[in-house]
Design a protein around this ligand. Sequence first.
Ligand code: ITT
Length: 198
Amino acid sequence: MPKLLLATSNPGKIREYRFLLDGLGYRITTLAEEGITKVVTESGNTYEQNARLKAITYAKLSQLTALADDSGLEVYALNGEPGVKSARFAGEVAIDAEKVSFLLAKLNGIPWKQRTACFKCVIAISTPGGRAKVCYGECHGMIALEVKGENGFGYDPIFFLTEIGKTMAELPLEMKNQISHRARASQKARQVLQQLHI
Ligand code: ITT
């Protein structure tokens, strides 16, 4: 079975991709399992640039097919921030709870109707030779007034899904994996991966 390298150091993403990419005929491996410690600086201005950079770098380094994800949360009242800077919004070493508090503080006083937001995900899949394909997904919601839920990672406890009436962190993994930005991009990524090993 060919190996597929999940080129991310985010354990939340790894958990989701193990589920989202199941049954494709790849043996999923991680940077940690391959002993890869190199950190790629996300120097791009767009999710696509960063996703490509991560996928191509780690595919060349490992000589495996690599899948990388660059994702973020865009809040309309903040003109799309934190966006591509979502991971480092509250500082280089901020933990998830600090990022969430920082964003809630920025939105202090913003009324419910103006708290619309969107999660975006761009997946890049690269061969060891450096040929990459990208897939997009998004998921719309609102920024909640307070944190709720224990599941997921990142901004999930404040991302409120209006149709479901719950935050993303209140959903079990199987349900997040049906509706999330990452789930939507993964549906397309599955087709790319299937074609790669025909
Ligand atoms: P890698 O680069 O190693 O994959 P990262 O966490 O730095 O890990 P990104 O640069 O793509 O990944 O940053 C995306 C950030 O956006 C992530 O750290 C979260 O804070 C947030 N984010 C992305 N997807 C999310 C999700 O499904 N739920 C909650 N927050 C999410």
